[in-house]
Design a protein around this ligand. Structure first.
Ligand SMILES: C[S@@+](CC[C@H](N)C(=O)[O-])C[C@H]1O[C@@H](n2cnc3c(N)ncnc32)[C@H](O)[C@@H]1O
Length: 377
């Protein structure tokens, strides 16, 4: 690897482990609080050396930092979850280095709560066992990080099997530029196999890397079915070096937390969306009509098309890749403008500004879960 590509790789790795960390910190904190799961299993199947040559933390340290940060909450819970963290790298010397890096961190985890394992196996031999382990363990949530150097070991079927356990989230790192360059032409075998699984050969024309990522996303969605969320996150420094993290889950709460992270990192998109701007500029100039806020329009159209429960609105929000707080903001405006009625199960008006757009009320598993309906006036 030349100097420039080494520096590029380090930059991309930084973004990659940052997203991994932000997600895990949020998600593990929430899982620690739920009583349904007794074990949280985290697998890093291409774990590398634990630290990058520049001293930056690699995925094993980032994962264990996230586990550590969730322990205070976890230990206070009525039924603390146990963590099983499994790090694997085909190269024995890399797995050994990762173990050494972890030892040097002196985490001091309580043994009854956190178990850490290192193995050095080929992905192809360890993957079926990981799937079986997750399948067989009860009251478990699992997170599987798949971060090979290339695309050779990426198996659409393995990810499908992990999702089929109904207990796993998967995060996959893909070198988009390398794949994209070959994508339209005769391709190396493993890439051809991957693309055959996802994009029909007559649809293999791509405008750019972004378009390629979207087509991969649609391919995964088609393969895994409508109950699977597939969320790509593009990492790009300049044209020609694009990577992407693909997140897969069938769990709404997992998806909500990933969107939370995306909106936090993708400040432009997050800040670009605000209902306030519209009314503010209306106040400043009567002539100037700013473009309508597309998300607010979409929420309004969804309500106009039929009566919706808070659960419907929660799922709609995730499908639109937004956060509950965004939808709440729109609903508040619609309520203020007297365009909607919001009622509780008894048919009486619900408390003003209470929309209950969250996972718990959506699932309705807790005894005090709230149910409201929203319809246009
Ligand atoms: C991109 S690096 C991992 C970096 C690490 N996840 C991080 O973020 O710090 C990919 C690793 O996969 C390992 N690897 C390559 N082929 C493998 C295989 N077939 N099975 C398991 N590990 C493999 C390599 O030795 C390398 O350390």
């Amino acid at each position: 690897m030349g100097k420039k590509s080494q520096v590029d790789m380090l930059e991309h790795s930084k973004a990659k482990v940052e997203l991994l960390k932000m997600y895990l910190v949020r998600y593990l904190n929430i899982l620690s609080l739920t009583r349904f799961f007794t074990t949280i299993r985290i697998y890093d199947l291409f774990c590398g050396e634990g630290r990058y040559p520049n001293g930056g933390k690699g995925s094993p340290l980032v994962i264990l930092d996230a586990v550590k940060s969730s322990l205070p909450v976890n230990e206070k819970s009525a039924a603390p979850s146990k963590f099983v963290c499994h790090f694997n790298d085909a190269k024995p010397e890399k797995a050994a280095k990762a173990e050494e890096a972890v030892t040097n961190e002196k985490y001091g985890f309580p043994e009854h709560l956190v178990k850490v394992r290192f193995t050095h196996e080929e992905y192809a031999s360890i993957a079926p066992r990981v799937i079986d382990d997750i399948e067989a363990s009860r009251d478990t949530r699992a997170f599987v990080f798949i971060d090979p150097y290339g695309y050779k070991h990426v198996s659409v079927n393995d990810i499908w099997q992990l999702l089929e356990t109904g207990k796993a989230e998967v995060l996959l790192f893909l070198p988009i530029s390398f794949m994209y360059r070959f994508g339209e032409r005769a391709t190396p075998d493993p890439l051809d196999k991957l693309l055959n699984d996802l994009i029909p050969s007559d649809a293999r024309q791509f405008r750019d890397e972004r378009d390629f990522i979207q087509k991969l996303k649609r391919g995964f969605e088609k393969k895994y079915g409508s109950d699977t969320f597939v969320e790509p996150f593009m990492i790009q420094k300049d044209a020609g070096t694009v990577y992407a993290l693909f997140f897969f889950t069938r769990n709404e709460l997992g998806m909500e937390k990933m969107l939370d992270v995306k909106w936090q990192i993708d400040k432009e998109r997050g800040e670009g969306w605000t209902y306030e701007k519209r009314s503010l500029s209306n106040q400043l100039s009567m002539e100037f009509e700013p473009p309508p806020n597309p998300y607010a329009e979409a929420v309004w159209a969804y309500i106009q098309a039929g009566e919706r429960t808070n659960s419907d609105m929660y799922l709609f929000t995730l499908d639109q890749r937004h956060l509950p707080k965004h939808t709440v903001e729109v609903l508040e405006h619609l309520q203020e403008d007297k365009l909607i009625v919001v009622e509780g199960p008894d048919g009486k008006p619900a408390r003003r500004g209470a929309f209950y757009l969250n996972y718990k009320d959506h699932k309705g598993k807790v005894p005090d879960a709230k149910r409201i309906t929203i319809r246009k006036v």
